[in-house]
Structure formats: C-alpha cells, structure tokens
Design a protein around this ligand. Structure first.
Ligand code: G3H
Ligand code: ZN
Length: 282
C-alpha cells in the first residue's frame, strides 16, 4: 500500500528502529526492493533521485507512475520519495504526480536561500499532503569528492526545522556519498545530540559506506531513515560482471539482470532486518 515517508519514519523513530530507503535506478530494482520488503514484512521507502530522473531522459512521469503503482500494489507500506531534488520544478512535478514525499536539497546554497526555498517547498508540498525532507550540513561525495568531515550542529538543526517546517532532516554526521567501501565512522554522540534537539526523524545519506555495526549504533543513537544506493549498485554490478565474464555469448538481459536483482533482493532483506530487527507490519 502507498504510504507517507514521514509517517513511516515517525513510527520507526518511536520504535527506535531504522527505516530502509533504497534508490531506484531501473524498475527491476524497485521490484526487487518490494519483494524483499514483503518477505521481511517491513515498510520501505522507494526513492528516485533527480540524477535518476535525468538518466531516464529527464522524464519523471513514466518511471514515477510505475513506482507509485508498484507501491500501491505492495502488501506492506511503501512510500515513493523524490531524492536530492535541487530543482523546485521537479519537486512540484513529483507532488502533482502523487509521490508521497520529496527531498528538496538546497544544501549547497547560501544558508538563507536554502532556508527560504525549503520553506516554500514545504508550503507547496504540504498543501497536497506530501511530506518534505531537507538537508542541513552538506553530506560529501555528491560530486565524487568524499568528504566525511562535514558536521551539522544540533542547535542549527533545531532552528532549521523551526524555520522551514520540514518533516524529516538529513544531517552530516560522518558519512559521505558513493563510497564503495564500508569503513565510514559515524559520530554517534553527535547523532544523539541532534536527536535530542530536533523534533523530526533524522535521515542518514551516504549510508553505503557505513558497516553493519556502525549502522546499528547510529540507529540506536537516533538515526531513522537510512538511504542506501551505491552498496546495492556494487552488489548488482558485481553479479552481472561475473555472469558475463563466465558466459561471453550471453545476450538475453533477463539471464543476467534477473540473477543480479535476485542478489540485490537478498541483500536488501538482510539490511532491512538489520535496521528493524523486531518489527513486522502484518
Ligand atoms: O540519497 C541517497 C543516499 O544518500 C545514497 O548514498 O550511494 O552513498 O549509499 P550512497
Ligand atoms: Zn544522499
């Protein structure tokens, strides 16, 4: 069933658990994520980034509608979220299409512009019952440069939420986007301090670089929505590379995409159960 990201996150936060949010590149990924969520009986966030929309020719509607349809048919709560949108037009388009949440990412903008634009996106989205995530303290790695040093101050985070009315807040606590190794070290004391200061669920970006034990510690410290992309791409592409290397004559994509999405489904289920070890929705 189609669900709202903020509601799922608030429920997870109340239980002290993580909410899995996985990035969709191909429709096959969304199908695999939903299969895993149904197997695990756990809620899920399907997220589509502005970069992924660009990959699909800049056309949000075809893949966006497919995601909404898949989420609606699921037997567990699944939200459909626009991830890292720097374009306010794309945010509006996602709200109009029926996405249940958007992330307006103004983290690279001057602080006053980020605050004002985020507040405007909140007003626009809330008018349609859509929730909004924003980012304060730029999480590195979006431009390929890993920078785990950025930090969000608890008092700034509290003021940002008060100024903008966002439903979820992404914070910089030691992760960096697009890491293909899992050795990032998160500042769990800072997570706990931000959690005490901020009334909305916290979001971790760049979660691929965080090892399992670090993620459990981060969730226990108060992190809720866990965004993962690169790690699943590593799993998916490694399997395809392996299959094609062993069978160079293979041409039917179902014979390599199918097994690769199967491996992704298994890893997604494992991660979901790591983030929420004792919760089942049904
Ligand atoms: O918004 C998406 C995430 O922050 C994914 O980051 O590719 O490092 O897992 P990642
Ligand atoms: Zn991110």
């Amino acid at each position: 069933m189609l669900a709202d990201t903020a509601e799922l996150a608030r429920d997870a936060a109340q239980r002290g658990q993580g909410l899995a949010a996985f990035n969709v590149v191909l429709l096959d990924h969304a199908e695999a994520f939903i299969d895993a969520a149904q197997e695990a009986q756990l809620p899920l966030v399907l997220q589509l980034s502005q970069n992924a929309v660009a990959y699909h020719g800049g056309r949000l509607a075809p893949i966006g509608r497919a995601l909404i349809e898949l989420a609606s048919e699921a037997t567990v709560p699944v939200s459909v979220h626009l991830d890292h949108a720097e374009s306010t037009d794309l945010c509006r388009a996602a709200v109009d299409l029926g996405f249940t949440s958007i992330m307006y990412d103004g983290s690279v903008l001057p602080d006053d512009v980020n605050r004002a634009t985020t507040a405007a996106m909140v007003e626009m989205a809330h008018a349609s019952g859509v929730s909004v995530e924003a980012e304060l303290g730029e999480v590195g790695g979006k431009n390929g440069v890993h920078d785990p040093k950025a930090r969000t101050k608890p008092e700034d985070a509290a003021q940002f939420v008060a100024d903008t009315g966002v439903d979820l807040l992404a914070v910089a606590v030691g992760s960096s986007h697009a890491m293909a190794t899992r050795d990032a070290v998160l500042d769990t004391e800072l997570i706990a301090a931000i959690k005490r200061a901020v009334p909305v669920p916290l979001v971790l970006h760049g979660s691929s670089g965080v090892p399992d034990d670090g993620m459990v510690a981060a969730i226990n410290a108060g992190m809720t929505k866990i965004n993962v992309s690169t790690h699943l791409n590593v799993v998916f592409t490694s399997r395809i590379r392996d299959i094609l290397l062993h069978d160079p004559g293979l041409v039917d994509p179902r014979k390599y995409v199918g097994p690769a999405t199967g491996i992704v489904r298994d890893e997604v289920r494992r991660l979901m159960e790591l983030y929420a070890p004792w919760c089942a929705v049904a």
